[in-house]
Ligand binder design. Structure first.
Ligand code: ZN
Length: 322
């Protein structure tokens, strides 16, 4: 039996037929041919199984998964070995401490010290995901634990000061990294700067309160806050100017300088008030620099004004071009 169309032509049409995107007349031709030709029917059946693309994607994913599993196993093994090495000094110190002191005293300091090292070396090797977040959290936790144990061992009452300062310092260091990585980036989205600034502010105020509690609230808090809060407010102002205002760089620079001038003026005034309020603490603060600070603010306003003029000039030009 002679067929109307040859198999080459039909096999060219088969992919279109399979995806149901050929014309009705081609469809009819293919179906007629398929009813007569077992070899083309077989070709279509093979095609319907999986396309080449799907096959390639599947294979690639398998390779990636195998590699990932391999590296996970390797890093878990490395983590276990390092853990074992770390446990040797822990065991030695346990025995020595028990033998000499007949009690566990400085052993806990050694243990916490080793935990600090482990948090940086073993945690990133062992945790499957959110590596950076987990590592930094583990490091912060173990450093605080170490401080706490040393404070207990030496009967020091400085723990809150040390812990809150450490927390503030580590937040300064880690917050920019943590905000950009999982899982935190999913929550802060486009407000990373805002989240980082908030973390800085909260840990800073906490540190100041802890120091205040330690050295005496009346002597420390009014003066410390009079000086530091305008600084914090200026940081926020500079952050808001740079991050959220849509002016040109010159205008932003001017506004930032103005904020710095206003801050310096505020510090002079507030510190003076605080010094008067706590006059019995013997703290005095000179306000003679106030005119200088105000002139800094004036220079800032001048630069900002130039920036705005440039912006208006450029904006006008842009509109002319349109
Ligand atoms: Zn055929």
């Amino acid at each position: 039996m002679k067929m109307k169309y040859d198999c080459d032509l039909i096999s060219d049409l088969l992919p279109l037929y399979k995806d149901d995107i050929c014309s009705p007349s081609s469809k009819k031709i293919v179906e007629e041919h398929l009813s007569e030709c077992p070899s083309c029917k077989k070709l279509l059946a093979d095609m319907s199984d999986v396309t080449i693309d799907e096959e390639i994607v599947k294979e690639r994913n398998e390779v990636i998964n195998t590699q990932a599993k391999f590296f996970k196993r390797k890093s878990a093994l490395a983590g276990s070995i390092i853990g074992l090495i770390f446990s040797i000094p822990i065991l030695v110190c346990l025995i020595v401490n028990l033998a000499t002191g007949a009690g566990l005293t400085w052993f806990f300091i050694v243990l916490a010290g080793i935990l600090v090292a482990a948090s940086l070396i073993i945690v990133p090797l062992m945790v499957p995901e959110n590596k950076m977040f987990t590592t930094m959290a583990a490091f912060t936790g173990s450093v605080l634990l170490l401080l706490g144990i040393i404070a207990i061992y030496t009967r020091g009452n400085w723990f809150l000061v040390a812990a809150s300062s450490t927390l503030f310092g580590l937040t300064m260091l880690f917050a920019p990294f943590i905000a950009c990585r999982r899982p935190v980036n999913a929550y802060v989205k486009n407000n990373k700067g805002l989240a980082i600034m908030s973390a800085y502010t909260v840990t800073f105020v906490f540190m100041m309160l802890c120091i205040g509690l330690h050295v005496g609230i009346k002597a420390f808090i009014p003066m410390a806050f009079a000086i530091s809060m305008p600084l914090v407010a200026t940081c926020w102002a500079v952050f808001a100017i740079i991050r959220y205002l849509r002016f040109n760089a010159c205008a932003k620079t001017g506004l930032c300088i103005t904020s710095a001038g206003v801050m310096s003026g505020l510090i002079s005034q507030l510190a003076n008030t605080a010094a008067v309020a706590a006059s019995n603490t013997g703290v005095t603060y000179s306000t003679s620099s106030l005119p200088l600070m105000l002139s800094i603010g004036g220079v800032g306003i001048l630069i900002a004004g130039i920036g705005f003029l440039i912006g208006m000039f450029k904006g006008g030009k842009k509109n002319e071009n349109k």
